[in-house]
Design a protein around this ligand. Structure first.
Ligand SMILES: *Cc1c(COP(=O)(O)O)cnc(C)c1O
Length: 411
């Protein structure tokens, strides 16, 4: 096994068979034949289901679990997730369509994101989903739409808190932000919501993403709860919905430790106990994207060429950053690090070498593995990039250089 591939990734998630990685019971070369071409993403539906049930075992039953579908909006996958979770969080009118097509109950869909268009807000009111309001302009627009459609918009206020999520890969709250309404302006927003007769349901706080530190998540959830409790004093109606965010991370890089769920579950149990007294009609919700789907997916790309340049081995593959921007290190990473990578049809190979995996694009940024220890590979072999179920195809510039779009399958 390559030294820089965390053991847990391959050993637990995807068993080996006949020296190959298997996914959904199929050895990799069979899977590639089934898909019909490379490159492709494959997601394992049994791993998705297992992840949700493992999480449910730790979370108190009173806390609802939502899937934030921007992590992976593949319709078949959203359909599978809709059957497992308690709600879907969408971030655009396009995602809303996928969630509705997947059969999600509009009551359990919420919509967050800055810059929601008038058309998107109108879609949301017409179908009766919950809108997480992020500005005063949205309040005015929703008031007009509610009148026009004779349907009061269901709203929660997305709060930009007065604290940050510590140790987060991507901060989305605290300080000046484009997300949500600053906590100190929320009382004024609540007054307007009341004035316009919108159906106030609660608060949404999302502090950040890709966090592997349980204590930082626990602290953010406690502070979010306290803040919501304070803001509830000015609310035009009792809080029925309190979305405490998520931000649960997954390990990508050597040395990263898996998130410890136990303290988070215990803290949520304590908060839900408090909520039953302090905000008795409030439903606590957490919303997760990456954590639910990230480890269930792989990206598979075929070696097209093997070159040696001044002593360094380059495996040139048919996929690259245009399909998998995150693995190239260009999606929010400060310092480029290698995702876990293997030669998926040579998992038992004893002959190893140091090689770089590069894509076909005319840019040095198209780098999927930088000088990693891998099984010695030849053209035709299949390179697998693990931890690829979230922020993959849909978060990549697929039009760049005019190569074919990637195929995605749910197995
Ligand atoms: C992106 C996003 C999520 C999902 O984040 P993950 O890190 O993938 O879990 C959840 N909620 C909101 C509001 C988001 O913008």
């Amino acid at each position: 096994m390559p030294i820089s591939t965390p053991i847990h990734v391959t050993a637990h998630q995807f068993p080996l068979g006949h020296g190959e990685l298997t996914l959904g019971g199929l050895p990799l070369t069979r899977l590639a034949a089934r898909v019909g071409r490379t490159p492709f993403y494959a997601y394992d539906r049994s791993l998705l289901s297992r992840r949700v049930s493992e999480l449910r075992a730790v979370l108190p039953p009173a806390v609802k679990l939502h899937y934030a579908m921007k992590a992976n909006p593949l319709p078949a996958l959203v359909c599978h997730m809709a059957g497992l979770v308690d709600g879907i969080d969408v971030a655009s009118g396009g995602e809303l369509k996928v969630a509705l097509d997947a059969g999600a109950d509009p009551h359990d869909i919420s919509f967050a994101g800055p810059g929601k268009s008038h058309g998107e807000l109108r879609q949301a009111v017409a179908v009766g989903i919950l809108v997480n309001i992020e500005s005063f302009r949205e309040i005015d627009a929703l008031a007009a739409i509610s009148q026009e459609l004779s349907l009061p918009a269901r709203v929660a206020v997305r709060v930009n808190p007065d604290f940050e999520l510590k140790s987060s890969g991507m901060k989305m709250g605290g300080g000046p932000k484009q997300f949500g309404i600053d906590a100190e302006q929320v009382p004024a927003a609540l007054a307007e919501i009341g004035c316009h007769g919108l159906a106030f349901e609660g608060f949404h706080l999302f502090a950040g993403s890709q966090n592997l530190k349980a204590d930082a998540i626990v602290e953010a959830q406690c502070k979010s709860y306290e803040l919501a409790l304070r803001l509830a004093d000015d609310a035009p109606a009792p809080v029925r919905f309190l979305n405490l965010g998520g931000g649960f991370g997954i390990p990508y890089f050597p040395g990263e430790q898996r998130l410890d769920l136990a303290p988070i579950g215990a803290n949520l149990a304590a908060l839900s106990q408090r909520a039953s007294m302090e905000m008795p009609s409030a439903q606590l919700v957490i919303e997760l994207g990456r954590y639910l789907v990230g480890e269930a997916g792989i990206y598979v790309t075929r070696v097209v060429d093997r070159k040696v340049s001044r002593g360094q081995v380059f495996l040139v593959v048919d996929g690259g950053l245009h399909h998998h921007l995150s693995a190239s290190g260009n999606f929010g990473q400060v310092i480029r690090k290698n995702y876990p990578v293997s030669i998926g049809n040579r998992m038992n190979a004893t002959e190893k070498e140091i090689a770089s995996v590069v894509g076909p694009l005319c840019t040095p940024l198209d780098l999927l593995a930088d000088r990693m220890e891998l099984a010695r590979a030849e053209p035709g072999d299949l390179v697998v990039i693990f931890q690829s179920g979230a922020y993959g195809a849909s978060a990549s510039p697929q039009g760049f250089l005019g190569h074919p779009a990637v195929v995605e399958v749910l197995v």
